[in-house]
Structures are given as C-alpha cells and as structure tokens.
Write a protein that binds this ligand. Structure first.
Ligand code: 0GY
Length: 306
C-alpha cells in the first residue's frame, strides 16, 4: 500500500457533531456546493494539489445530508483531486439519483469520456481562478473545454476572487455555456453592499444571466461565527450581500454547505448553524423555496418534481 500524505498543517477538520438547525428545510432542498475528499486510501490526492485535506468521503457527506434534512447534493470536484474525478463520480453514483457532479477536466478530454461523466450524473465543469488553489490555465484551454461541454447542456462553475472579476468578465461572458458563480464572487464584505465592487458583480450577473451560489458566509465573514444576541444568527456581516442577491435574482440563486469546508484554519462552521443562516438571507418562504428547491431542480434535475 502507498504511503498516505499527512494533512496540511493548521488545516481544520470538518465539524463532527453539527447541531440540528431551527430552520426546517423545505422538502426537496438541494445542497449545490459540497465536496468529497478521498478517502485518501481509496482515492489518492492529485500530485499537483495545493493542500492535503482530512478524509471527507461520501458516507459522511450522506450522513450530514440526512441530519440537516437535505434531499440532494451537487458534488463539486475539489482541487485536491485535480482532474481525476473518480472520488466525486463514485459518490454521485452511490447517491442513486440523489446527486449530480461538477467535474474538472483537461482540454484534451474526448467525447466518450464526457458522455461517460454525463451518464454518471455530471452536469458541469469548474473553472478555478483562485491562485492559492490552482496553477493558472490558459484561456484558450478553457475555451476548448467550454466548446466541448456545451453540446451536452452542461454549465460552467466559476470560482474567482472579487478583485479579479473586472479582468475576467468579458472572457466569462464569451463562454458558450450557462455560468454559475461560487460564493457570490467572494465579495470583500468590509466594502459597502452598494459599493463599486459588489455593484460590478451584480451588473455582471444581470448582463450574462449568471446563476449565483449564496454560499460560504463562514469563508467571507470578518465578524465570524459569534451568534447575535444569543440567537442562531452568525456571520452577520455577510447577510446584506446574500440578501441583495436573493432579492435581485430570486430565480437564479442557489445554496450549499461547502462541506467538508476546505482550507479553513481559524474556525470550522457548525453545519446546522449554516442552515439557520439561510433564514437571514432568504427571509420569505417563497424566497427559500426558490433558493433551496425550485432553482437547483431546474438547473440539475430539469423535468423532475422535487
Ligand atoms: C470551496 C472553496 C475552496 C476550495 C476548493 O476545490 C477546492 O479546493 O473549492 C477554498 O479554499 O476557497 O469552494 O470549497
């Protein structure tokens, strides 16, 4: 057996005993942003990875899904697995129709392999521009991938830092497939929600009919997990950003846990508290029904009733 790599120092493990949320999620809720890590002994990590995580396999993901009252998952290929999608595909298959996948592929991928991923439940690719996570890919290589996946009806999940959007927006807008943005484009939440940075992001979303994941308050927050007035109300500085996106684009917002929460070193979120955060960004039942059920079903299970 090969030697297992030690976890990146300082890296926190996912929360072992998540609380039960006060919010009862609507039936059919989809977690559109989560990952699997290994387990490493079964699905080794990629040599080019920038971090080595703890294990976070499909059984633990499905246990969390059931604990929180989630019906379905969209499992996004994590960078620690590079372009080897086997752990993600194994998890999607094991979910028996209750999961979809987002893959990482190289530009030389063939049609047969793409069709196999599609049959397994993959519905998109992720393009990652976050420098601490991946080496840069030439735009031409990404265009090639986009041209190959578009005929399958897949979409492109974009992960970037907010400061990089002005330089990337035209390229994104030229891609021949629907766009989905991770974590609200990672706004600097110390800037005003009406300021130029988030305003530029909202205009980009409007112009290109982009879908937005209202995810990762724990990653964006500066105020952190401290609960307000003893209530289950954390990450309060992120709330105005989530709320703005939900109000402006009620039919193109998506939600997810981001379990097992890669690369967190200061605190690890209680996933039950993350569910309760949803009450503060989607304040009406109708907003929550769209965010949690109707929108992700339209994107990932079109034609299926929740
Ligand atoms: C996220 C965020 C991060 C990592 C990854 O694939 C990944 O490694 O996505 C991050 O470090 O910000 O979406 O899980």
């Amino acid at each position: 057996m090969h030697m297992l790599s030690p976890k990146t120092p300082g890296w926190l493990d996912w929360y072992q005993d998540p609380s039960s949320p006060e919010l009862r999620l609507p039936a059919g809720t989809v977690d559109t942003h989560c990952h699997v890590f290994g387990p490493q002994a079964e699905f080794g990590f990629a040599p080019e990875r920038k971090y080595t995580p703890c294990d976070g396999g499909k059984d633990d993901l499905f246990a969390l899904r059931d604990h929180l009252g989630i019906a379905r998952n969209v499992i996004v290929q994590a960078t620690c697995h590079g372009a080897d999608n086997s752990a993600m595909v194994d998890a999607v298959r094991a979910a028996g129709g209750r999961a979809r996948g987002i893959a990482t592929v190289r530009p030389d991928i063939g049609e047969a392999e793409l069709r196999e991923l599609d049959a397994a439940g993959v519905r998109g690719v992720r393009f990652n521009f976050v420098r601490r996570l991946v080496d840069a890919s030439p735009k031409e290589a990404l265009r090639t991938i986009a041209r190959k996946i578009a005929p399958l009806g897949w979409h492109i999940v974009l992960y970037f830092e907010s400061a990089d959007l002005p330089e990337l927006a035209d390229f994104f807008g030229s891609l021949p497939a629907p766009l989905v943005v991770d974590h609200m484009g990672r706004p600097d939440v110390t800037q005003p929600v009406d300021g130029p940075e988030f305003g530029g992001f909202l205009r980009f979303v409007e112009r290109h009919d982009v879908w937005v994941k209202v995810t990762c308050p724990e990653r964006l927050s500066v105020t952190g997990p401290a609960a307000l007035d003893g209530e289950r109300h954390a990450y309060t500085d992120v709330v105005p950003f989530g709320r703005r996106v939900v109000e402006e684009f009620p039919d193109r917002v998506l939600w997810g846990t981001d379990w097992p929460h890669p690369n967190l070193t200061d605190h690890m979120p209680d996933d039950g508290l993350l569910v309760d955060h949803v009450r503060h960004v989607a304040v009406t039942e109708d907003q929550r029904r769209r965010l949690l059920v109707a929108n992700p079903m339209r994107l990932y299970w079109p034609g299926d009733d929740a």
